[in-house]
Structures are given as C-alpha cells and as structure tokens.
Design a protein around this ligand. Structure first.
Ligand code: KG4
Ligand code: ZN
Length: 337
C-alpha cells in the first residue's frame, strides 16, 4: 500500500510518499522561516497563504520523485491538528480533495502522533512500550506509549513549550527566528560556571514542566549583563544547560515511575546536540536505550505524517470527507489501532 502524507500545521509545508513494503519513497519540505523572520515569529495569515502557494508543486514533485502516479496511491493522510487553523485548513482541504478525486480514503493525522512515531522511520526503530519526550515549538510532554494510539500523557508544560523558550530567549539575545538552533550554536562558544539558571519544577514531585520562568530569568540576566559576544554565549550556555538538565530530571523520573527502559525523544528540540548527548548518557547509566528521529524528521515534515497515516489507514481508521481541522486536539483522546 502507498500513501501520500501532507503536513501544514505551522510554518513548514511537508509532503511525502510512503510505501508499507518499501518504506519512505520521497519527501519534500518547504520551510517558511525566511518569510516570518522579519516579524520574529510565525504570522498565521502569511503561513496559510504560503502553504497555498507551495502545496501543489510539492505534491507533484513528491509523486514524481517516488515514481508514483495518482492511481498507485491508496490513501491521503493530512495533519488534521493540532496547529494554526488557517494553516491546517490548507492541508486538510487539499488532502480531502485529492482523496475525493482519486477515490481513495482520507486519513486525519494528529501532528504530535506524527512526531512521536517519527523514530519508526529509522532502521533501528524502538519497540513498544516506551516513554516519549515530545519537545517542539508548540508542545512539551512526556507520554507513556504502550502501542500506536495508546498514549497516557504523564506530564506537560503548564506554560511555554521547550522550543518556545529557546526561541524567546534567542530573541532576547538578538538572534533571528527561529532561534533554537542559533542559540544552541552560540552556546557552543559559552563557558560553564558564569551563570546559574533555575531548573523549574524539579524540586517537587510530578512530571509537568514550566519554561516561562527561564525566559524571564534570561531577560533579567541579559538586562544586567554587558553586551559582549562572550557574555551572550555564556548566557546561552547556561540557559541550554538548564533546559537540558530539567528535561533529564523529568525523563529519569518518568522512566522510574513506569519501570520502562526505552526512551524516545522527538519534536524540533530533539535535534539539540546537548540534549541528545545528555539523554544518551542517562540511558547508558540506566542500562536502557534512547531513540531519536534523524535530523530531517525531528522538525515538522511530511514523512512522519505519511508514516502515522499508513498505520491508521491499514487499521481502517479513515475520516469522512467532511472532517474538520482540529486546532486543539488532546493526544490522549486518540484511540488504538
Ligand atoms: O517540531 P517543530 O518543527 O515544530 C512544532 O511542531 O512546533 O519544532 C520547532 C522548534 C522551534 O522552537 C525550534 O527553535 C526548535 O524546535 N529547535 C531547536 C533546535 N532545532 C529546532 N531547539 C534547540 N536546539 C536545536 N538544535
Ligand atoms: Zn511539530
């Protein structure tokens, strides 16, 4: 079976063709980063319009690269939510229209399920069950994953997501949008020991996160500091160290609570080198294993939507052509296969 996957929940148009026997056949990505950079963040209306411009040429290219004609497609998967409603509407309208025109089922995929299953695209994919740390620009959560669709949210951010904290702190340091990867790069030049950021909510039990205090702490630190590049790098270093440390503490707790030995890290922030290195060290210490998607599938992409869509398609979990986009859609409301 072969499926077309469409991702348009935020500022990336991602398209992929996935075959259940041959794996990923093609994937295309257009990032709107430059379009939004002048505004320091995603402008929803501009995002929707750019998806409209890019989606059809990208679908044509993905099909051509996969050597696939429309009559070889058995289903069309699109990100149904959560995300920006206007952006979601583009992918969901095009996805459902193609399903109608090609006379195949449409599959509505949960964006975070896509992130969570992205490591399954790798040759060494994790087995169920596992604990997943999902850290993206819009969400931070720890999830107990027993099987596809069997998700128990163990904890989540009560305010900013981890990626959002990275982006806001980067902006305070004068870096462009999205600042997460730029802040990580700046931190490489930082020296330890100059600043000590708090580790929010680690001094009490539970698995929820809070990152907005770190941004405030960064704002105050930057206000009182000199403006040299080295000082900025030292602040970036201390900020990243605090986020990574906090995530490590919570993952350690979640693994202990569930008795699990497998950890999956996904979402944009899982591209962070320090986070990967520290998580690897944690799992070596705990004699467990850690899994990530390859870098191309950490941030938003069509491949993860095609993969998740294929699992739902095979289980007959398709949607009506009248299905609505779901800007808010709790992950644990999904059902199993
Ligand atoms: O998953 P994603 O592409 O979009 C959402 O679904 O939100 O995640 C994007 C987020 C942004 O906040 C970006 O700054 C962050 O992931 N990010 C990083 C790194 N690469 C991307 N944060 C820290 N270090 C990185 N290397
Ligand atoms: Zn995402």
């Amino acid at each position: 079976m072969r499926i077309l996957g469409i991702e348009t929940s935020c500022d990336e148009t991602g398209i992929a063709v996935y075959d259940d026997k041959q794996g990923l056949l093609s994937h295309e990505l257009y990032s709107q980063v430059k379009l939004h950079a002048d505004y320091g963040g995603v402008v929803p209306e501009l995002a929707s319009r750019d998806h409209v411009r890019k989606i059809i040429p990208l679908i044509e290219k993905a099909l051509a690269d996969a050597n696939t004609t429309s009559d070889q497609i058995d289903g069309v998967a699109f990100t149904q939510g959560p995300g920006l409603v206007g952006a979601l509407l583009v992918g969901s309208s095009v996805g459902r229209s193609l399903a109608y025109a090609w006379n195949v089922p449409a599959v509505g995929v949960h964006h975070m399920e896509g992130h969570l299953l992205a490591p399954m695209l790798e040759s060494s994919a994790p087995e169920f069950p596992f604990v997943a740390l999902l850290v993206s620009g819009g969400h931070s959560m720890l999830v107990k994953v027993d099987a596809i669709g069997e998700y128990e949210v163990l904890g989540e951010s009560i305010d900013d997501a981890a990626g959002e904290a990275f982006d806001k702190t980067a902006k305070l340091l004068g870096l462009d949008y999205p600042g997460g990867p730029l802040l990580a790069k700046l931190a490489e030049k930082g020296e330890p020991g100059h600043y000590k950021f708090p580790r929010p909510m680690t001094d009490r039990p539970g698995l929820d996160f809070s990152f907005s205090g770190l941004k405030t702490f960064a704002a105050n630190t930057i206000r009182d500091a000199d403006t040299s590049e080295q000082t900025k790098a030292n602040i970036a270093y201390a900020f990243q160290e605090a986020v990574v440390d906090t995530l490590i503490i919570k993952c350690r707790r979640a693994l202990k609570q569930t008795g699990m030995k497998r950890l999956v890290i996904a979402g944009g922030v899982s591209a962070n080198t320090q986070l990967r290195a520290q998580m690897q060290a944690l799992m070596t210490e705990l004699k467990g294993e850690v899994f990530y998607p390859s870098l191309a599938y950490c941030t938003d992409n069509g491949a993860m939507i095609a993969y998740a869509g294929m699992q739902r398609l095979k289980a007959g979990q398709t949607v009506e052509l009248s299905a609505q986009a779901k800007p808010r859609w709790p992950l644990d409301s999904l059902s199993g296969l």
